[in-house]
Every structure is written in C-alpha cells, then in structure tokens.
Design a protein around this ligand. Structure first.
Ligand SMILES: [Zn+2]
Length: 108
C-alpha cells in the first residue's frame, strides 16, 4: 500500500437510508431528493425508496386512475401536484411516467 499524498481527501462515506415501506437499507440515490419539503427536512430525501414509490403509483393507478394516483403520490412525496404538467406530458411525450413528471419539476 503506497503513501497517500499530503492533500489526500478521503471520499465522503456512502450515505444510506432505510425505506419506511420495504424496510431495506439502500444508498441515498435510491431515494428522491426533495428540496421543497417542510416534512422531510432532516434528510432532504423522501423516506420511501424509488422502487416503492413506483409500486404505490402503479397500485393507485389501477385503483383510482393515473391522474388521481399522481395526486396521491405527490402528497406522499410532498411535491407539488400540477395538473397541467400532467396533461402536457400526456400530450407531448406519452406515455406518462412518474419519472418524467418528477424530472420536469426539478428542471423548472
Ligand atoms: Zn422501499
């Protein structure tokens, strides 16, 4: 093992969170960041993993239809529900996916 240079900065430890739904520990990249939230302040991440959020969205879509499922998912994620944004995605870049909606929120 060689000597480390004097200005060596160790990489930050990999942060992991526990999903409140599936109970698995996963790296932080598996959780959506939320800079708007007044609920998920400490971690700045939604405590549900992306996989669980997708499953919930699919279950709610089956039960209530896609638009209401989006509304419920936005409430769980504590992100804005913008009905016209949903319509625009369906119109311009179908099919609608949760990923497209969240991505557009982060860009704009
Ligand atoms: Zn999960």
């Amino acid at each position: 093992m060689g000597r480390r240079p004097k200005n060596y900065v160790p990489p930050p430890p990999l942060v992991s969170f526990k999903c409140v739904r599936c109970g698995q520990n996963k790296p932080e990249t598996e959780f959506y960041a939320n800079r708007w939230s007044k609920i998920y302040v400490a971690q700045k991440r939604v405590p549900l993993c992306k996989n669980c959020i997708q499953k919930l969205f699919e279950e709610n879509t089956y039960r209530y239809g896609e638009k209401l499922a989006l509304y419920l998912t936005c409430a769980a994620l504590d992100i804005p529900y913008i009905s016209t944004r949903y319509d625009k995605i369906v119109e311009t870049i179908p099919p609608f996916t949760l990923g497209k909606y969240i991505k557009q929120l982060q860009i704009n």
